[in-house]
Design a protein around this ligand. Sequence first.
Ligand code: SF4
Ligand code: SF4
Length: 389
Amino acid sequence: MKTGLDALPGLLECMHCGLCLQSCPTYTETAAETDSPRGRLMLMRAVAEQRLAPADALPALNRCVLCRACEPACPSKVPYSDILHQHMELHATPSSGLSRWLNSSPRMKYVGKALRLARRCGLLRLAQILPHKKLRRAIAMVPQKPIFFRPPAGTVFPALGEQRGVVALHLGCVEAEFFGANIQDSIATLTAEGFQVVCPQQPSCCGAAAAHDAELESGCKSGHQTLQQLQGFDAIVVPAAGCAAFLNELDGNASALDPLIFLARVGLRNQLKPVRRKVVYATPCHRQNVLGDAPEMRAAILSIPGIELLESEESEMCCGAGGAAFLREPELTDAIGARKAKFLHHSGATQVISGNPGCALQLESKLRDRHANMKVIHPISLLRESLQV
Ligand code: SF4
Ligand code: SF4
């Protein structure tokens, strides 16, 4: 097994130019060098060269929200996230108790169910008096009206009219537990456009959450299991940008697509009705920095008649929901989320478009804190509205 600098290829490519600093949400918030990509790389280098104990680098590394905005900003193409994951693997960094506990797929399912019920009967309001700050923060993010929708494994939704193909739909964990309407909207639009939708047996989480929380091995195992189940169809449709990015990186041939982007690529056969609305797109970091199809998503949103797509300040900056930092670093991620919500609120839009459940949880909660009357919706929901299906 490689150790030291040999185990972290690309680390020495960092020339400390600082061109990545302004794209980093944690550095933007605190202006501390240790909260910057350059600072974190220097800490990992110091550990690799045995000048620093791994435990001393850990607090700064744990504050990274894994948005990966530093990667496209870097002229030397330093593979920041690969280096971070390798570092975490090498030093067997345990994730925080709460996030490690939550990262288990079956637990996520039961916790989701309990939180939905507690939200419905008003019990979550009592959470404000909990002494555990991280737990309080996690509970505050539960949507006001969570919708559960997880069709049983093997469910097939037939195409309407002449069939154009068969797609596999990935359901995800947070998406199915809290944002089931996105899955319903994906099914309604895909079937209306002539695609049979199959929901194959799949783990209740694709593993992205675990992989982003220093549980790379177990996360990749779930990811490969998920991909195996989604093979053999004309396309893999994944409403959650974070899951799509993880699955595509795990297997370069996977090509997991957002439902709106998939339909824009194959072309719509139904007439669209105008949806007269001012919206702002909160680009998920994984779409911007990993999948690279954010411009395609913007074009697909703009192709819906009547939509006015407004811009917000720092539109490409992370909302602070990435990785498991929101559980470990509630104060920092709260501040990043509040800043993002402020700019979205100031855009003049009435709706925020997001395509990732983690971002939607964070943005809804931060917009709520501002008493901003802005709903966060998935891009596919706009298309469903326009198709009137
Ligand atoms: S991944 Fe995001 S938060 Fe982490 S160092 Fe890079 S830009 Fe900063
Ligand atoms: S990571 Fe890239 S952009 Fe950032 S300081 Fe190093 S070389 Fe410069």
